[in-house]
Design a protein around this ligand. Sequence first.
Ligand code: AHM
Ligand code: MG
Length: 333
Amino acid sequence: MPIKRNGQFITIQQHIVEAQRKYRPGSSGEFSWLLSAITLATKIIASHVRRAGLVDVWGEQGTTNVQGETVQKLDLLANEALKNALGYRDSVGIIASEEDNEPRVLQEVDEAHGRYIVMFDPLDGSSNIDVNVSVGTIFTVFRNPPEVASTEESVLQPGAEQVAAGYVVYGSSAILVYTTGHGVHMFTLDPDYGAYLLTRENIRMPEHAPHYSCNEAYYHTFPSAYQRYLAWAKSEGEFSSRYIGSLVADFHRILLKGGVFLYPPTEKQPDGKLRLMYEANPIAFIAEQAGGAASDGSRRVLTVEPNTVHDRTPLIIGTQRNVNEVLHFIQKR
Ligand code: AHM
Ligand code: MG
């Protein structure tokens, strides 16, 4: 149920403005205006997702993206919705998307313009669209450093520099989760009001839960430490597994119920499959803000220095105890 203050629902815009007053008094409001572009785009995406099957958004576009993956029609609609909405915000200097080869400069950075970089995976888990399974949008915001030699240098920042991150999971409801480094907050889209209403504030992950989430079909190609972890978890007798195949949906479950999500290196994807900058980093920021942890197997995800905007990373993310259980096997080797 939506949370009320003084008898009123709290929309995401109100929540962001309240947080700015509290943590950054005197701020210009451009940051909340920027986030409102993202929420607007995700409402458009949610409405496309809801109507999938009624209008022509199912299926493949007939092209592949920079990572060689088949582009779905909804991937493109989602990408356009975000780019259009962000294109109208003076505060956005650079955008980068999973679907685009290169980051795009929208405007040069100065005192009044272009002070932020926004990166996103417009539609995560898109192989699940045609079968009515949850998909999501992931986004992250960095400061756009002035006086930097190249766009690449501006964009390639470690996740610890994020100023905001979030995702929307398009499931039985559309749910938005975000952090600006002051806790993790969750909003549910009320389709009648057309507004995201606060439904949980300051989410903390459970201490531990006997759940793991990974694509075990690749088990035989995982490094042996991950195999030993999985063998141990099974031998414990208590663990259950859940794997949706949409990172956002798998992570959302762990945020609320606990457990660990693993996408180890595999034979086919020796560096892991998930993208560091717009998949792993944003959810790692959220996990840490909710009391959890995220590792690439040897480092805290948020400290990894990216080499390209589309870098991939192995990912172990969940409650601190669950993540440590996996790392225990990796470190023991
Ligand atoms: P996408 O961004 O192209 O949709 O790919 C990322 C998705 C994640 O949502 C999910 O965790 C993973 O790919 C599933 O991969 P697999 O099918 O190999 O299990
Ligand atoms: Mg993705």
